[in-house]
Each structure stands twice: as structure tokens, then as C-alpha cells.
Design a protein around this ligand. Structure first.
Ligand code: GLY
Ligand code: MN
Ligand code: MN
Length: 513
């Protein structure tokens, strides 16, 4: 999310406020409330996993104070916000997901031994805890008041729930005022906090500089680079999923499968509507809200030639019998783990001969990629395996001006005209997870058990592409599965979702193949 999307405009509600202000009202509303028993019975499952992740981060930055904000609510327009989403690094290190209190901040404070040696970190979660009835917040504050947005947990509840020390957000002030230059911040999470941290670090850096005219710009650049080391490490910590994360990925995929089933069940209604793509989106999103938090990314419901637009999310077209519809969708759970699945369906229930030819070529490419996945291979080999099939098929069909072998050379690439995207990306808390990991560990990285990523080759023949015979034009196919690397190979987490052309036809006929 771009920084400019953050909420920074004043809220204009004062002129229409009807909140009573009389002393009698204030006196009356402040009393007569029952004690609330705590709803928290013990640490949630992910608490121990989050503690282990914090320990690994601590070891990477033994002497630095680390500031990891959840981020503020983001303004959509005037006094309405987008649905809240905490930063993924914050969620990873706290175990807090959809129930995060907006504006929370995790601080890892470095400890030292008596001898002055680095000794790990103390983790403290600062958040705006439940307000008492002695303030007017609960009824008079539409942004955060309990009567408006629901109750917030107490500090004791959150401490128990997440297994973390907690303090009120007000106490963060003292931390921000006293921090030293050895502080790193997740810059993109909360602009106001980043600005505060930057301002103080720049001031301290200028004080420390022997040359009073030390270049502030150079210092700012150096600080940003140090922060980007933190962002990189946070991304790389997530490359291998722990047992909790793997279980969540399975649940996210299972919920996503239900969403695809729902779309197929609604197909008659979808076809009858002039904006059938919107109905596909609505049907899937209904399931995502019912089973999880929301969708992990905007659903792509791309019928007919829209399937050739890779991130078609406008979804305002009809769904026409005889065409294919490409649906790329994933349920994100309350923990924020998301699936990312694509299925391409023949709207009428059966593929035409040319649609099936393209579909099965894509499946062959995906199968070739699946076949090589095991610990020890390099991530980029997955893409190469899929591309061999894509090059061979497009050459066979007479689409390439060169042979498949020539196209596969670094100086070739002609087959990529029909699939310009990559074959795989890591998946987890973010749909494009671990995005700031180094190339050495990502694209050139070696697979390890516990990694989760997509395999998603496709073929897209644009409606105006003169290099392909007319019968191919406007056909777009992608098949996307979510894959877990195991000790000796891989497991497709989405194997339960029909995938071959025959299975897809049987699924649509109501028999699930
Ligand atoms: N849904 C976006 C992607 O497949 O990467
Ligand atoms: Mn994907
Ligand atoms: Mn996708």
C-alpha cells in the first residue's frame, strides 16, 4: 500500500455530532456497567511459534532496538477506512491477525549481560487497550469507541493470549522519545512512527558527527539502508514455514476449494447476469468472509478474452457459454495466511477441442514443474521446467519464428510472448510472500522442506495477436496450485481441487471428477 494511502486527513464529524453533553448524561452513562470476565483462557496456538520467530530475529540484530508497527487504519474516503490489515511482519512476530488493535507496535528492546554482552531482546507489545467507563471514549469516539467499533481487549488479556509483555500505547511515547541511533524500524508499516524514528536518529547522528556539517542526506540514506536490512531479514525469516503456518496454509486452501465449488454451483445465475464476473467475485468472496478473514487479494474473475489480462480485477463483464472463465482467488484466514489458486473453467461445462489443447498444454507445463520439486533444487529451475513445455507446445503449434530450443536460449524467449509472468512465488501471510528476500535465497535459492509456493503456468493468446491462428485468439488459461516442499519431494496442497481437463468437466457436471 502506497504511503499516500495512509490516513492523514482530519475527520469531519464535529458539525453533525449529536452526542449529548449534559452533566446528567455523562454521569448516567458512566455507571451501571457489569464487570466483564476475561474471554482469554490461555495463549493461542501460534504464540509459541511467534516467540521462536522473535528469537530468530533477535539473533540477527543482537544489539539493535527493533520497531515493528502493525500500522494505522487507512483512509478510504472522508471518515471511512479500508478494512484494517496489520503489517505482515507484525502478524508474523506477534501471532496477532484479524483481531489486531490498529496502531499497535511491537518493540524488541536489546538486553545486555552484566558484562555488557548482547543477551537477546525483551519484546513489548504496545497497544490501545480497553478504555474505562471513566472516559467518554466508549460512546463519543466513532473511530475507536467501544459503542462504535466494538470492545478492545485489556492489556492482561492480550499478554495471556499472545504470550507477550503488553503496555498501553501511551507508554510508547516515552520509548520513542528516548530511543538511540541504534534503532531499526519497518519503514512501510506506519508512516508517523517512521517519521518519529527518523527525526530522532537524524538528530542523534548529527550530534555524534565530528563534522558539524555532516551530510544529513547521506545519513538518511544510510538509515534507510539499515532499515531495509531489517525488512530483508523479516522477509527471509518467512521463507520456510513452521508447523503452525503449514497447518494454516492447508486450511486456507480447503476454504478456497469451497469457494470454487460455490462458484460452480452458482454458474446458471452467473451466466444469466450481464455482469456475471461480479457474481463470481461475490460468490467467492462470500465464502472467504464466511470461512476466513477475507480474500488474500482481489479476486480475478476473467471470462473470455479478459483471461488474457493477467490481473483482471474489474470483473464487470459477462460470463458467456462457450468461453473459458479464469478464476484466480484465495481465502485469507483470520491469521492472515492465504491461498492463491487459479482454475480455468469452460463456462458451458465442456472444453472445445482448441480450448482443451491449450488447457492440457498448460497442465503439462505445471506437471513438469511439479515433477522436479524437491529439497536441493533451485527455485528458478521450477520456472525453467514449465517453460520447456510452453516453448515446445507453442513451437509445435507453429506460433514461434524459431525452434523451441532456440526460444529457450537466453537470447531467445519468443515463447514468453504467450506467458509473460513467472511460474512460482512464495506464499504465506502475503500472496507474494517474502518479497524482500535476497535473490540468492529466493529466485536463486535452494528449496528446503517447509517452503510453500505456487506453481502457476499459463498461456494467454490476446484477441488481437496476429501471430496466432484465429481459433486461439482470446483464449487465456492459467492453472495455479499451492505447493509444500516435503523431506523428499513436494505435496500439492490444492490436489483436492479438480485440475485435469477431464476432472474439471466432471466437476462442472456435478460429480467432482
Ligand atoms: N493472484 C496473483 C498471483 O497469482 O500471483
Ligand atoms: Mn500466484
Ligand atoms: Mn493467483
Amino acid at each position: 500500500m502506497a504511503e499516500t494511502d495512509q490516513k492523514d486527513a482530519p475527520r469531519a464529524t464535529a458539525n453533525r455530532s449529536t452526542t449529548p453533553g449534559s452533566d446528567a448524561f455523562k454521569e448516567y452513562i458512566s455507571q451501571g456497567w457489569a464487570e466483564r470476565p476475561s474471554a482469554t483462557t490461555g495463549p493461542r496456538k501460534q504464540a509459541a511459534f511467534a516467540a521462536d520467530r522473535r528469537a530468530r530475529l533477535s539473533a540477527l540484530h543482537p544489539t539493535a532496538r527493533l520497531v515493528i508497527p502493525a500500522g494505522p487504519a487507512k483512509q478510504r474516503s472522508n471518515d471511512t477506512d479500508y478494512p484494517y490489515r496489520a503489517h505482515s511482519a507484525f502478524a508474523h512476530l506477534t501471532g496477532w491477525g484479524a483481531d489486531t488493535v490498529p496502531g499497535s507496535v511491537l518493540v524488541l528492546e536489546p538486553r545486555t549481560t552484566d558484562a555488557g554482552e548482547a543477551d537477546g531482546h525483551d519484546a513489548v507489545l504496545y497497544f490501545r487497550e480497553a478504555a474505562g467507563r471513566d472516559s467518554d471514549e466508549f460512546y463519543a469516539n466513532p473511530e475507536i469507541g467501544e459503542f462504535w467499533t466494538g470492545p478492545r481487549p485489556t492489556a492482561a488479556d492480550v499478554a495471556l493470549d499472545l504470550g507477550l509483555a503488553t503496555r498501553g500505547l501511551g507508554e510508547l511515547e516515552a520509548v520513542l522519545e528516548a530511543l538511540d541511533a541504534n534503532t531499526l524500524v519497518v519503514r512501510e508499516a506506519d508512516r508517523a512512527i517512521t517519521d518519529r524514528v527518523d527525526a530522532l536518529r537524524l538528530l542523534l547522528g548529527a550530534d555524534d558527527a565530528s563534522d558539524a556539517s555532516a551530510d544529513a542526506e547521506a545519513l538518511a540514506t544510510e538509515l534507510e539502508e539499515r532499515d531495509s536490512d531489517l525488512a530483508r531479514d523479516l522477509s527471509e525469516l518467512r521463507l520456510v514455514k513452521d508447523a503452525f503456518e503449514i497447518a494454516e496454509m492447508r486450511r486456507a486452501v480447503d476454504a478456497t476449494r469451497l469457494g470454487f465449488d460455490d462458484v460452480i454451483a452458482d454458474l446458471a445465475e452467473i451466466v444469466a447476469h450481464p455482469r456475471g464476473e461480479r457474481l463470481v467475485e461475490g460468490t467467492f468472496d462470500r465464502r472467504a468472509r464466511a470461512e476466513g478473514n477475507t480474500v488474500g487479494y482481489d479476486t480475478i474473475a476473467a471470462s473470455g478474452p479478459h483471461a488474457c489480462i493477467l490481473h483482471w480485477t474489474r470483473n464487470d463483464g459477462p460470463v458467456v457459454p462457450g468461453d473459458l472463465i479464469l478464476i484466480d482467488a484465495g481465502v485469507e484466514l483470520e491469521s492472515y495466511y492465504t491461498a492463491d489458486i487459479t482454475r480455468t473453467l469452460p463456462v458451458s461445462g465442456t472444453f472445445t477441442e482448441v480450448q482443451r489443447r491449450v488447457y492440457e498444454a498448460v497442465r503439462e507445463a505445471a506437471d513438469a514443474a511439479f515433477a522436479i520439486v524437491r529439497p536441493g533444487i533451485r527455485f528458478r529451475e521450477i520456472h525453467a521446467a514449465a517453460m520447456e513445455v510452453i516453448a515446445r507446445k507453442t513451437a509445435e503449434w507453429g506460433l514461434l519464428p524459431v525452434t523451441a530450443e532456440e526460444a529457450l536460449q537466453p537470447e531467445g524467449g519468443q515463447h514468453r510472448r504467450y506467458m509473460v509472468h513467472g511460474t512460482s512465488h512464495h506464499l504465506g501471510l502475503d500472496v507474494h510472500d517474502c518479497a524482500q528476500a535476497r535473490r540468492d535465497l529466493y529466485l536463486d535459492g535452494v528449496l528446503e522442506p517447509g517452503m510453500v509456493f505456487t506453481i502457476e503456468p499459463g498461456l494467454y493468446f490476446q484477441p488481437d495477436d496476429l501471430t496466432v491462428p484465429e481459433e486461439y485468439r482470446g483464449i487465456g488459461v492459467r492453472i495455479e496450485d499451492d505447493v509444500l516442499v516435503t523431506a523428499d519431494g513436494c505435496e500439492s496442497l490444492s490436489a483436492g481441487i479438480p485440475r485435469t481437463a477431464d476432472e474439471v468437466e466432471a466437476w462442472m457436471a456435478g460429480s467432482r471428477g
